[in-house]
Design a protein around this ligand. Sequence first.
Ligand code: GLA
Length: 705
Amino acid sequence: MSITSGDNYWVLESGGAAYALGVEPLGVLTHTHWGPKLPRLADYPKAARPAFQILEHEMQNLPQEATTGEAGDSNERTIDGISADGSLRGFVLRFDKAEPVTNGIDIDLIDTAQSVRVTLKYRTLDRFGLFSRSLSIRNEGERPITLDRVFSGTFHLPQLGDFALNSLNGRWADEFGKVRQPMAFGTFARESRRLTTSHRSMPFFAVDREVPGLRASEENGEVWFGALDWSGNWKMLAERTRDDRSMIHLGLNDHDFAWDLQPGGIFDTPRAIFGYTAAGFGAMSRAFHDYVREEVAPRRHYQPPVVYNSWCATTFKVEEDKQIALASQAAAIGCELFVLDDGWFSGRSGDDAGLGDWWPDPAKFPNGLSPLIDAVHNLGMKFGLWIEPEMVNPNSELYRAHPDWIIHFPRRERTLSRNELILNLGRLDVQDHLIDVLDTLLTNAAVDFVKWDMNRNVSEPGWPDHVGDQRELWVRYVEGVHRVWSELRRRHPDIIFEGCSGGGGRVDLAMMVLTEQTWISDNTTPPARLEIQEGYSQLFPAGTMAAWVTDRIKGDFLDHDNGDYSLDYRFHAAMAGALGIGGNLLEWSEEQRDTAARHIASYKILRPLIANGDLFRILSPHETPYSAFMYVAKDKSEAALFAFRTHVSRMGAKPRIRLPGLEADAVYRIEDTGVELSGRALGVVGIDLIMNNFESILWRVTRTG
Ligand code: GLA
């Protein structure tokens, strides 16, 4: 039983964790425990009023499950709103009823003056030791209410502790950098205001203790963590009050946000998925990985095909013959899927034309895509296509026909970025148009895989003819993207989708529902890439992580000669995820192609482990001049150990690494070295890592007894 309840008191248990809450004497829903499961119901603290403090109302110190600013509480609010006539601002919420539902509880709070009902929804995700929470607000009155903040929840950390927030932050080509920031007095934020989720920060928190000796490591220590199930603007506030209460508030961004809640209307927030572990960041990540693979992903236990993508080789200069020549080479080295990236559709000879016109360019493909697709299929590979459906170039038939379909402010210039404007997917007519056009494309061509890109951030976020508050755009756009994409998935259930947004610009739990895999960064230079991949691995499993072996990548801000790194090194870095090749195979020597074929063959053997095994991070490239990690089979029968020297530094070239996660009493053989040791010896004593700068290993570890 995962939910126990007392007298207006509830304990949700999932795995080894528990989350408890109750109604205190005046009717306020109060948080009481988030941490390890306790032996008895009576062990959990009771909801109670805090001690009286002069000049502070008690609400200030009451850990409310939904904070509203009631009675002078000046801490951050979970939700906020204003009545139509402006006479009432904020909410005062009291317990009304609780209703058990499958795997959880719905608790209703009401504000009688605003005639608002707030339902807090808690669920256990038992198989993963996780929980989810969200809330919905219903206007039960006769007048509209404008909501100006609707977070998914406020998370209270144990009282009187020093904590640090671990978050993932970055930018284009430099995504998911780990940052640890002590939660001193005051509030700091992470957020996205860009319409998409994650180039700057990930909607994710992992809080550990900021006390020497109690900081969490990969395998030890307490971690309170959560992530938002949403693909657009979001905000997270880390707050520590003068009374040393620490909170994380997480949800939709209130920046430039408003929602017009008409009488009878309901607003539902996205869910926050959260948990607690005493076994460090590694246990947190493994719980998220299992959750994504087994509950969220469109295909359970997905194993990514080995991709060849011709973008780097041909960019916009797409010619049928050359694509077929590349496809032949790709098939010869063992690739399983050939992806034609940008440059194939009507009028697309550079980035300044064509977006919006999703049919094959008649000059490049006079007989449509079928000759190329047939050639690829005859080579034994699947065929994939790049699209960027949310975007439009002013130089396109679509824009000329519907200039009003763009997100824009009237009378203001429409700012171009990469020569693109954004279609307003909040509009139903735009959604229907895209479903129609893309359905036709995917019905007419035998496409097995789609890479769905989204290459810019929003500007002039207006929606002039929207009935209602235009600031609803932020939410309605994201809902529109999900509607179009889900409908296409429904109509084309066999197609595999890869998400991309200038690299990792829109990576989140909600996208994981729509995509089998994700292009996580345009940066493919191994030492940098390994840091990005480690950041991504905090939340998402390796089988979803598209990673390519490339040659030189040259752009305005990125110019790395990947030839500086050996092909083995580049392959090992990409084999840690969903392996793809992006180099120009027509320019690779026979020896390079042989090397590639060898790595692809061993990747296929290790793929089930990489895609569906348990990840144990060993050395972090954020903290050491190495990156080392291991994927261990669920039954612990084998493992794949990856290690890289990623930086030049003074640190000795011979660290000893411990290999966690193996069966203590079993004996394992490291195939490549012949070393045979027990799981306990490998986990406690470890092995030496002897590696020069920018060298790598990929060793297979198998149980022999
Ligand atoms: C983005 C993607 C690349 C490629 C180009 C095509 O930059 O991240 O992988 O698809 O668009 O224009």
